[in-house]
Design a protein around this ligand. Structure first.
Ligand code: GCU
Length: 341
């Protein structure tokens, strides 16, 4: 059976199963509910977003009295992010976690959220992502054409550089280094700006790319670096803090519109609660992963902020062109602590 054929069969998982003594969770899935929603995730089961999505499914089952639950498909087993955006749009998958820099390819309106420095920290980011006045229209903007609803998402925390050969302290050290980036214009400009050679590649291929020497390095947060075991093949981590990323949770719009109103409301509420809780989980995991990096002998370099920060800021802002982009950027900045614009 082809992938699409297989995917078509997903929504019936668990359908019609009688509620036997409540809902239990098995291999990322809530069992014993009427309708199991499929959720695609690029991360390994050890990444905190996996556990959080599993508990979202359990809460959803409770909040809808067993009418809906969820099954989380980790490790991009349903397809890489670019592919799963389309599959959610088609309704072959119910939901997917998609990096902001990948959504930027479906709609440039999301670009301001990917600009380095737009968020002061993840608390600021979370406030913005839950503020309907700032994001409501944007989150609904993919509905008419693509049938995609953005429900919110998870922070990716601060992203940093890491390399195989040696520590990076300056733009000079980056000369000629092939650095994996997501398939995204902002990342191409960013890596070029700081002297490297950007190499777009899917997340699932980065480990082998580093191992085979096709890549000299990559960039990500501490949690992905450890849970993807990239430290095994690129042991030098440089704290560039170049971008606070966000993973959006997308749902198929027809699915949401086809739900009974109390169920779709329960889904949105359950999700908002899950999203907010994740911020604290993320902070703890980042600390824990940093400890693990040190235990595993990773070299962590904290470069002079002047080495990269001015170039990163300038490159980031260079991507905004449309007046709406600047308006969203300014609204996000105004929601920063102290409300600077
Ligand atoms: C992070 C992020 C993912 C993204 C990945 C990447 O892990 O959470 O959504 O796919 O970075 O660099 O591709």
């Amino acid at each position: 059976m082809g992938r699409r054929g297989f995917l078509k069969s997903l929504p019936v998982l668990g359908a019609g199963t009688a509620l036997l003594g409540g809902c239990a969770s098995q291999e990322g899935a809530v069992t014993g509910v009427d309708r199991v929603l499929s959720i695609s995730l690029g991360q390994a089961e050890s990444h905190p977003s996996y556990g959080s999505l599993v508990s979202f499914g359990e809460r959803l089952a409770e909040a809808t009295d067993g009418r809906y639950g969820a099954r989380v498909y980790a490790n991009n087993s349903l397809g890489d992010q670019q592919e799963t955006v389309q599959l959610v749009s088609d309704g072959a998958i119910d939901m997917a976690v998609i990096s902001g820099t990948q959504i930027e390819n479906s709609s440039p309106r999301f670009l301001p959220m990917n600009v380095p420095g737009v968020f002061d920290d993840i608390d600021h980011q979370n406030r913005v992502m839950l503020d309907d006045a700032i994001v409501g229209e944007l989150f609904a903007s993919l509905e008419p054409q693509m049938r995609l609803t953005v429900l919110g998402g998870y922070t990716q925390g601060s992203r940093h550089l890491y390399t195989a050969q040696g520590p990076i302290e300056s733009v000079e050290d980056m000369a000629g280094l092939k650095i994996r980036v997501q398939e995204s214009e902002i990342f191409l400009r960013l890596i070029e700006g700081i002297g490297g050679v950007p190499t777009p590649m899917a997340y699932s291929e980065v480990y082998t790319g580093l191992q085979a020497g096709v890549l000299d390095g990559a960039e990500n947060n501490e949690v992905s670096y450890v849970t993807q075991r990239h430290y095994e093949v690129a042991g030098h981590f440089t704290l560039t803090n170049h971008l606070i990323g966000f993973d959006f949770l997308l749902a198929n719009t027809d699915l949401l519109e086809g739900m009974d109103e109390r169920d779709s409301e329960a889904l949105r509420e359950t999700w908002a609660q899950t999203q907010s809780e994740f911020v604290e989980i993320w902070k703890q995991e980042t600390e824990e992963m940093t400890r693990q990096m040190l235990d595993r002998g990773v070299t962590i370099t904290d470069p002079d902020p002047e080495a990269f920060a001015p170039i990163i800021e300038e490159t980031g802002l260079s991507i905004l062109e449309h007046p709406d982009d600047f308006a969203l950027y300014d609204a996000i900045r105004a929601a920063a602590e102290g409300g600077d614009a």
